[in-house]
Design a protein around this ligand. Sequence first.
Ligand code: ADE
Length: 244
Amino acid sequence: MKIDILTLFPEMFESPFGYSLIRRAIDAGHVNINPISFRKHGVGKHAMVDDTPYGGGAGMLLKPEPIFEAMDAIHAENPDANRRVILMDPAGKPFDQNMAEEFSKEENLVFICGHYEGYDERIRSLVTDEVSLGDYVLTGGELAAMVMIDATVRLLPGVVGNESSILEDSHSTGLLEHPHYTRPAEYRGMSVPDVLMSGHHGNIEEWRHKESVRRTFERRPDMIATLDLSDKELQWIEEFKTEE
Ligand code: ADE
C-alpha cells in the first residue's frame, strides 16, 4: 500500500512512523508512507497556500490550487491506482474500526491535512471521504491522519505477527476485549482468576466471552444496543444487572 499525505508539516510524521510496528511495516515493504509538502505548489512568488474568505469572515482558508496540483502529481504517477482521497475534517464522518478495515484494502490512500479555518469548498470535489477523528477540534489534520494511518497499517497482512490477535481486538468483534493476565499469579493482594490457570480450554473461552460481554455492557451500552445477542449473552446481561 502507498499512503500519500498532503501537509504543510511533513516533518511531523517522522517520529510517529519511525518506531515499532509501523517502522517495521515500512522497512518490510508492506507500506510506503510519503508525506508531501503542498507548499511546493503554493501560488506566486510567496508560494501562498491560504487566503481570506470571499464574503468576509474570520480566519484563512486553504486555497484550491496547491491541493489540486499536488493531486495531479499523485495521479500522474499512477493513473490507474485504486485510490481513496481522505479529507481530515472535524465535520466529517467519525473514524472507526470499520473504516480502518475498508482503508486497509485500498492500493493508495491520500490524506489531506488542513490548517487554518478550513478549506476552499472546491477542494471537496477531489475527495472520496471526509473523516473526523472525533468530536473535538485539533489545530490541524496531521494528528488525526497519524491515528487513522496507524489503525489502518496494523491491519495490512503480515504487519502484526499474530493475525488472530487482530481478530480478537476490541471493536473487531463488536465487543470490547476481555481482561488479560500474565505472571505472577498473585500480586499485591490481587490474584488471577482460577479459571485461567485451570487449563480447561472450554471454560476459559466461556469466561473470556462472558467478560467481554460484561465489559461492553458496563462501559459501552451504545455498542451492546447494536448487537444481535444470543440467548446466553442476554442471560449474562440479566445476571450483571442483578450484580449492580
Ligand atoms: N482537524 C481539526 N480537527 C480535526 C478532527 N477532529 N478530525 C480530523 N481533522 C481535524
